[in-house]
Every structure is written in structure tokens, then in C-alpha cells.
Ligand binder design. Structure first.
Ligand code: SF4
Length: 305
């Protein structure tokens, strides 16, 4: 670590204390951001943690919908996103207006929305899900005739195969996870024959079908710690490799593709964390009417699983 980085970290920690703030980092953040965070995890896990902690300010090092989710659960706290341009292209692939139109086409359908969606889309949905609980959520809806699943077609496809029922899939996708190709996995499997292949359900079906395990980022961290495997090929955004190596120094983690980098996640760095705390910008808020409806969709998910 350079003297400059040391000084920066010292300033951030001092200001964090003065503001009575907490720093949350998603598993895909830069290593330097993960290292300074109070908690590293997936978006819902982080928002739930922040809601339980007595702080005034949440610095969310992730993308916009994650900061919104933190605000939905903690409306009395100030939620800061260190770079307002850190959006999620997949979440942006559906608007509330488009979802309303889809609901008019299928008026009897229940809408399940992946947590990677805007607050407005959550507010138009019946129930939320995460990549970890999407399968049990859809299973619990066995009595429902029709389901609209938004916005990730690949997570939806994976769940539909697991549960054995048809879902109306919105054609969204994660531009980072689709960069992981089946040939990347096949090449690495040849090179590391002992390695377990663990991929995220946002990957293409041709990739999930090659995996030993299909897991959320939280699931990957637990699997890495508990598994007897010493080598793992990891099919998700590359940032998680930092956490996996840090928590399991005796094991080896191989990114499935060097291309699997989310440019939005990488917009946040130490300088921007300092600036956000200095200027108390950029605050993420959700209008109360939308927040209440979006929270109902999140609460329903938590009641079900
Ligand atoms: S990795 Fe994919 S789903 Fe996650 S924030 Fe980036 S674009 Fe969105």
C-alpha cells in the first residue's frame, strides 16, 4: 500500500466516524473498496445488515438499485452512492411503464422481480426474489396459473428448468455474465481437471449446464469455505475472486473469463468514497409511495423463504 492510499484510508475512516456512517461493498467491488468496507456481501444481505445497525449514513459501494434497496429498508438513514453513474444495465432493461403494459397483456399473472431491478419496477411487482432464493419462491407459487419473471431471462430460464414450469420471461440479461462463454469453461476444465466449476445463474444456459454448482455470490462464498475442493473455476464477475482468495488462502480460484468485469461496479474507488462522505453526495432516495409498494414486494419474499 502506498503512503497516498494510507492517507486516503485514514481520512475515510475518520470521516466515517464523524458522520456515524457505515461502508457496504458488494462482492464485485474493487479489492481496495472491499478492504475498507465494514461489510462485503450481496445487495439484499448488505441492505438488511444496514437496516439493523444504528448509523445515520450508509455508503453503498455497488450500483444504483442496491442503494435504492438500502433506502427502501432504511428510509430514516442517508444512503450515499459514491458515483451516481454506477447503474445496472440489466435493471435498466425494463421500466415500470413496460411492466405495466406486460401486466395488461397478462392480467392474471403474478409478477416476480429479481432484486436487480429499479424501485419503480419492484413497486409494480407482487414479490421479489434474489438469485439465492428464486427457485423456492417460484416453487411456493405452484398454485398460480401464470408468472411474469423480470428482468433477467437467464436467471428465469434457470429457475424454470429447476422447477419444471414455464415462466413468461422478460428478455433482460446481464451484459457482464453473458461474456462468460461455454468454451471458456471447457478450456479451463481441461487445464484444471480437478477444479469444481461454480457459476452464477445470470450466466447463459450453455454455461450453467456445464457447472458443478449454480450459486448466488453469497452461496459461492459459503461453498468455497465448506467444500473439500482445492481448486474452483468461478463463473461470475471477477471482483469476487478478491474475497474468495482473502477468505480461503489455501485454495485456488480461477476466473472463468477475464472479460467478466462489470464496468459500473468498478466506477467506485477510494477517492469517490472520500468525496461522498465529505460532500454528503450523491444521496439516493425513493419517493414514499413507491418505497412502500417496493418494500411490500421485498417483505413478501422474506415471508415466503
Ligand atoms: S454485474 Fe450485471 S447484474 Fe450486476 S450490476 Fe453489473 S450489469 Fe448489473
Amino acid at each position: 500500500m502506498t503512503n497516498r492510499e494510507d492517507a486516503l484510508i485514514e481520512k475515510i475512516l475518520r470521516l466515517k466516524e464523524q458522520r456515524n456512517a457505515i461502508i457496504l461493498a458488494h462482492n464485485y467491488q474493487l479489492g481496495e473498496v472491499q478492504d475498507i468496507a465494514d461489510f462485503v456481501g450481496d445487495s439484499l444481505e448488505l441492505s438488511q445488515k444496514a437496516a439493523k445497525i444504528d448509523v445515520d449514513v450508509i455508503v453503498f459501494c455497488g450500483v444504483h438499485f442496491m442503494a435504492e434497496t438500502a433506502f427502501i429498508l432504511s428510509p430514516d438513514k442517508t444512503v450515499l452512492l459514491p458515483d451516481m453513474h454506477a447503474g445496472c444495465p440489466m435493471a435498466d432493461m425494463i421500466t415500470a411503464e413496460q411492466l405495466r403494459e406486460k401486466k395488461t397483456e397478462l392480467p392474471k399473472a403474478v409478477v416476480v422481480c429479481y432484486i436487480n431491478s429499479s424501485a419503480e419496477v419492484k413497486a409494480e411487482s407482487d414479490i421479489c426474489c434474489t438469485s439465492a432464493n428464486a427457485v423456492p419462491i417460484i416453487e411456493k407459487l405452484s398454485h398460480v396459473e401464470e408468472i411474469i419473471f423480470v428482468p433477467d431471462q437467464y436467471l428465469g430460464h434457470y429457475v424454470s428448468t429447476k422447477v419444471g414450469r414455464r415462466l413468461n420471461l422478460w428478455p433482460g440479461f446481464c451484459p457482464t455474465h453473458v461474456k462468460i462463454m461455454p468454451e471458456d469453461i471447457l478450456r479451463l476444465k481441461q487445464r484444471y481437471p480437478e477444479a469444481k466449476v461454480i457459476v452464477h445463474p445470470e450466466c447463459r444456459p450453455e454455461v450453467t449446464s456445464l457447472a458443478d454448482e449454480v450459486l448466488s455470490t453469497g452461496g459461492m462464498c459459503r461453498y468455497a469455505a465448506q467444500s473439500a475442493a482445492k481448486e474452483m473455476i468461478i463463473g461470475t464477475e471477477k471482483g469476487i475472486i478478491h474475497r474468495l482468495r482473502k477468505e480461503n488462502p489455501d485454495k485456488s480460484f480461477i476466473p472463468a473469463s477475464e472479460r467478466a468485469v462489470c464496468p459500473n461496479m468498478k466506477l467506485i474507488n477510494l477517492e469517490k468514497i472520500l468525496w461522498t462522505l465529505e460532500e454528503m453526495e450523491h444521496q439516493v432516495k425513493v419517493p414514499e409511495e413507491i418505497r412502500i409498494k417496493a418494500k411490500s414486494a421485498v417483505d413478501r419474499m422474506l415471508e415466503v423463504v
